[in-house]
Each structure stands twice: as structure tokens, then as C-alpha cells.
Ligand binder design. Structure first.
Ligand code: ZN
Length: 494
């Protein structure tokens, strides 16, 4: 057992729209890692929340003819509902429109960056769409036109504050090459390194308050400017645990052991964020895990195609465990994956029902029929458990491999039933077979807990055992529990 702290975060999504299935993937991945560290004996803390200061939210609210705060309240609630329904075990849901909790930290970091000489005024030149009232980069335009309005954006100049990112080029290179800031997977790490080697440019860190519609965190000492995206958004990771408001709590949890993010924002987390923290003289996070994106039935999700999947709708029809299991099992941790309801049902029927549900149901039926009160025997089945592989793949964030290693033990247990045929046995051989299977299920209730916590809890209940930790994942020579078969864990999905 360890007593170390483990602070983990999801990305903090824009709440200009309702959550889509990609958010569900990130919630589940983050939660699986958190719960694993729980059973590994760490003291864990998980932060999630909403990035509410974006101009995108202002625009989305205007389109709906409602206030920006109202839009943020409405959509943040949907993200929070998703977190609840998908069993994201979070400790704080942090909203960046919270002036009391977020602004002091965001402004403190800004001031510290000023003190380090890293914030300066410069003319900003950008492509501005009047219709959107927002800036676009060249990459975001479609054939040189605003993707929303199909009009040519104007070149606009205004004086903004810039962050001196270029100063941190060597320090960042050293940080990432040395692995002091780990980036999973390796391919993203290499992308970041080659981006840094290509030369870093200072980035714009503010907008005129007028262009930002007065929405966001004011620049300390200059109310004509609002913080633009990065210092504001990234500091949610520290402000959410008390930076600027409760330094005791902050010191307890910071630095983060892991930021879980989508691959598209790797650069900002692996380059901007550590540079801002170095400038502000705050400790750096330890690792970043960048996951891939989801397509739906082979197509990119888009409002135009109308194939955006709302995970809250999915969770109306399928259980949190069915969705969680499918997302981890079928989506590779680091690559893009394809989401389809048919594949979800196939996985659930074949593995949750066919392997896990079937194992539990067969063993508990035999245990009840045996009339045995105690179960002892040799630990033959334990040798099939690949605990080291489970730990190693987890430490590399290869979550689908971790789950596969757990599932392979489920299959070994089912194979053991078929080979031993306990229904033909009696006396000591029957006791030994049931001992092995009950211990196997007990260990599985622990190892499945990060992936399918509701089901794992039910398994422990049926065995009459307590949810254990990693030290309990060994066979103990004696099964101690009071077995009650009860209802099936899963029903067939049609
Ligand atoms: Zn536009």
C-alpha cells in the first residue's frame, strides 16, 4: 500500500453545446484510471468541470437569445448529469465562470507571469469575422472563408498582451525529452518535440474587453482587456483545488499526476501550460494522456451530417456499465475509434452477458446447490491471472489492454468450469473447484471495479465479500463469504 496522492483531471470542455459521445469516452478513461489508483492504495482526487469564459459561449447564447450565464448554467448541467450518469467519480466539478473561486487564481498567475517579465503588449493581427465577432486562424477557415458565414474575414489589428513562450523553448524541450513531463502516447510526445524544435512563437493572451463582450477574467490592472483562453482556461486545473483561494488544499493535491485530454489540445497542455507554470514558479504536472477521437458509424461527428451522439440519450437505453465497458474495450486508448450502437450491443451480449454474467451465474448456482459452508483448496486457477500485465498496461495508459488482460482471466475461469465440470464432482474435488471459482470471482470483482463499478459492486454483494484493493487480488487458501446468487448481472440486449 502507498499513501501517495494522485490528482487527475479531465479536460475542461467548452459548454457552448451539449456533451457528445467523445466527452463520455474521456470521462470513462479518466474514471478508470482514478479508480485503479484507488485500488492501488493512492489517495485520489478527480477534477472535472466546464470552460465557460469562451467567446464561443457568448455567441451560442446570442444565437439562442439568452444570457451567456444562462447558457453556461444550462449546458454545464448537462455535463454534470453525464458525469453522474456515467459514474465519473469526481471530487469537484469546477466552472470557470465562478468569479469567487476561479478569478483570484487566474489573476494571480497572470501577475506572476508579469513579474517574471513574460507578459508584454504588442499589436495583434488576426482574421476577424464580423458575423461571428471572433478571430479565426488560417487553418480554421474553409477555402479562406468563415466556416459559419462563408464570408471572407477581415484582417484586424489591435493591441493585446502576449506571453513570452519563446523564452521557454529550451526548458520545454528538456522537460519533455527527459520524461519529467511524460506524454502518452509516444507518437504525441514526438509531435510535441518536433513542434518545439520548429521554434516557439509568443502567444496572444488577451483580447479587448469589447471584442470579448466583457465576458471572462479581466486582465489585472487593465480592465480594457480580458484574458484570452490559455491562462484563464488552463488555470482551472489549479484554481479548482484552491490556488489563489485555499493554498493549503492546493498544496495537498498539486502537482497533478495526470491530465487526460483529447489529442487536439496536446500542444496547449504540453507546451503552453508548463511554460505558464514555469513563469509563475508553480510546480509542473507529471503526465499527459492524449486520447483519440470518435467517429460514428465510420463518419466524423458533425451537426451538418446530424450524426452527433448525445451520451445522455445512450444512457437512457443502456446502463453506465454497458457503455463504459464498450468504450474502453473497443476504443484503443490512443487512436481514433468508431462508435456504433450495434457494436456496443455485440460487446455487451458477448462479453458482459456471455462471459462475465455467465461465469457468475454458473458458479453461484453450483455453490448454492453444493450446500457447502466453507471452501478451501489449492490455488490452481490463480496462476492464470496476469496481475503484472494488468499493472504494466495501466501504467502506460493502455486501458484497452488492461481490460483485455482482466477479461482473459474471466475466460480462464470459464475454461476451468468446462474442464473441471464441477457438476459431476462431489466431496473434496467439488470443494476445491468451487473454492477456485469463488476466489476467482472475488478477485475479478476488484479488477473489474475500475471499468464497470456497478457490476463489480453487485458481484461482491453476491459473494458476501467486501470490495478489496490490489493486495486482495491473490487467492487466500480459503473463500470466506456468504454466497447469494440473486438476479442476473446482465440481460440480453436486443
Ligand atoms: Zn463568421
Amino acid at each position: 500500500m502507498t499513501n501517495e496522492n494522485f490528482y487527475i483531471t479531465t479536460a475542461i470542455p467548452y459548454v457552448n453545446a451539449a456533451p457528445h459521445i467523445g466527452h463520455a469516452l474521456e470521462f470513462v478513461q479518466t474514471d478508470v484510471i482514478r479508480r485503479f489508483y484507488d485500488i492501488l492504495g493512492y489517495k485520489t482526487f478527480l477534477l472535472t468541470g466546464a470552460d465557460e469564459n469562451s467567446l464561443k459561449n457568448v455567441r451560442a447564447a446570442e444565437a439562442l437569445k439568452i444570457g451567456t450565464q444562462e447558457l453556461c448554467d444550462r449546458n454545464s448541467l448537462l455535463f454534470r448529469q453525464l458525469a453522474e450518469k456515467i459514474n465519473l467519480k469526481y471530487d469537484i466539478f469546477f466552472r470557470s465562470s465562478n468569479k469567487d473561486k476561479h478569478w483570484p487564481g487566474a489573476q494571480e498567475i497572470w501577475k506572476r507571469c508579469v513579474d517574471s517579465g513574460d507578459i508584454y503588449k504588442k499589436e495583434y493581427e488576426g482574421l476577424y469575422c464580423v458575423g461571428c465577432e471572433g478571430f479565426y486562424t488560417k487553418d480554421e477557415l474553409v477555402d479562406g472563408l468563415c466556416p459559419e458565414h462563408k464570408t471572407k474575414p477581415e484582417e484586424v489589428k489591435e493591441v493585446n498582451y502576449f506571453f513570452r513562450l519563446s523564452k521557454y523553448q529550451d526548458a520545454l524541450l528538456q522537460l519533455i525529452e527527459s520524461g519529467k513531463l511524460a506524454i502518452f502516447p509516444e507518437s504525441r510526445k514526438n509531435e510535441v518535440l518536433s513542434f518545439i524544435k520548429g521554434g516557439l512563437e509568443d502567444f496572444s493572451a488577451s483580447r479587448s474587453a469589447e471584442r470579448a463582450h466583457g465576458w471572462g477574467v479581466p486582465v489585472p490592472g487593465d480592465p480594457s482587456q480580458i484574458q484570452y483562453v490559455w491562462i484563464d482556461a488552463l488555470t482551472t486545473y489549479i484554481n479548482g483545488i484552491g490556488f489563489g483561494t485555499d493554498m493549503e488544499q492546493f498544496k495537498k493535491w498539486w502537482p497533478a499526476q495526470l491530465h487526460v485530454i483529447g489529442k487536439g489540445i496536446t500542444r496547449f497542455h504540453a507546451i503552453y501550460w508548463p511554460a505558464i507554470l514555469m513563469s509563475a514558479k508553480v510546480e509542473l504536472p507529471k503526465a499527459i494522456f492524449a486520447h483519440g477521437y470518435l467517429t460514428v458509424n465510420g463518419e466524423k461527428m458533425s451537426k451538418t451530417i446530424g450524426n452527433v451522439i448525445n451520451p445522455l440519450d445512450v444512457l437512457e437505453k443502456y446502463s453506465a456499465d454497458e457503455l463504459r465497458y464498450y468504450l474502453i474495450r473497443d476504443m484503443p486508448s490512443f487512436e481514433d475509434g468508431d462508435f456504433s450502437i450495434q457494436a456496443l450491443k455485440d460487446r455487451a451480449n458477448k462479453e458482459l452477458l456471455g462471459e462475465i454474467g455467465n461465469l457468475v451465474s454458473r458458479v453461484l448456482t453450483m455453490a448454492e446447490r453444493s450446500g457447502l459452508q466453507k471452501y478451501e483448496g489449492d490455488n490452481v486457477l490463480e496462476k492464470k491471472l496476469e496481475l503484472e500485465k494488468i499493472k504494466t498496461t495501466l501504467s502506460k495508459m493502455e486501458l484497452h489492454e488492461t481490460l483485455e488482460a482482466v477479461l482473459s482471466f474471466v475466460k480462464e475461469c470459464n475454461r476451468y468450469i468446462n474442464e473441471e465440470a464441477p457438476w459431476k464432482l462431489s466431496g473434496k474435488p467439488l470443494e476445491t473447484a468451487l473454492y477456485n471459482l469463488l476466489e476467482g470471482i472475488r478477485v475479478l470483482s476488484i479488477l473489474l471495479y475500475p471499468f464497470i463499478p456497478d457490476t463489480a459492486g453487485k458481484m461482491a454483494d453476491k459473494l458476501g465479500t467486501k470490495m478489496g484493493c490490489i493486495e486482495d487480488c491473490t487467492f487466500r487458501g480459503k473463500f470466506e463469504g456468504k454466497v447469494v446468487k440473486g438476479a442476473h448481472l446482465f440481460e440480453k440486449l436486443e
